[in-house]
Design a protein around this ligand. Structure first.
Ligand SMILES: Cc1cc2nc3c(=O)[nH]c(=O)nc-3n(C[C@H](O)[C@H](O)[C@H](O)COP(=O)(O)O)c2cc1C
Length: 170
């Protein structure tokens, strides 16, 4: 098996927003797909079992997805993808709005609000099957960020931005 064949599958990049006992959490996810359309669209989200976000989605059953733009600030990806909301307030570092009790990134292409309808535990991830309870466009008129483009063009900048961020806290 040539596992690199899987690199040809396409994904976007998203930031989830979920409630925590002390505020809000969430993380970067690429494992997102609309798996049914029509009147009741369903979106599948793959969430790592040991992430705080996973725990909070199971507890709250509701979360948002902010669709990142191709010109997203690499720090936003570092902030939400390189640290855990178990020990950091990620949203304090990111311009955001709280809509109907859940946070969304101001600089996103669009948004969906999801309610967990079903889940399946996989080896490392939980697959959440979610109903779309709201959806709306954002202010960022750019094209959505493609995961492969992030890997190729933005990953180093995200790592540098996170390093600089950590240095300001030393
Ligand atoms: C580019 C990128 C893609 C990611 N994709 C996923 C994903 O699809 N599902 C997931 O659960 N975590 C994904 N992660 C990892 C989480 O964002 C990361 O583990 C985060 O620190 C978890 O934070 P939390 O503990 O606050 O939930 C991704 C991270 C990056 C940087």
């Amino acid at each position: 098996m040539d596992i690199t064949a899987l690199y040809q599958l396409s994904y976007g990049l998203y930031v989830t927003g979920v409630k925590t006992p002390s505020g809000y959490g969430g993380c970067v996810v690429d494992a997102v797909a609309q798996v049914s359309a029509g009147e009741r669209p369903v979106i599948a989200v793959g969430s790592m079992k040991n992430n705080f976000t996973n725990e909070r989605i199971k507890a709250e059953k509701e979360f948002t997805l902010s669709v990142l733009a191709g010109n997203a600030d690499p720090f936003i990806i570092a902030n939400f993808g390189f640290q855990s909301a178990r020990n950091a307030d990620k949203w304090v570092n990111a311009p955001h709005t709280v809509r109907d009790g859940l946070p969304i990134l101001n600089d996103a292409v669009s948004y969906v609000r999801l309610r967990v309808n079903d889940l399946k535990e996989l080896a490392t991830h939980t697959l959440f099957l979610c109903d779309v309870t709201d959806a709306w466009k954002g202010r960022n008129g750019n094209r959505p960020l493609i995961y492969g483009d992030y890997q190729r063009d933005m990953k180093d900048a995200a790592m540098a931005a996170f390093k600089a961020f950590l240095a300001t806290r030393d």
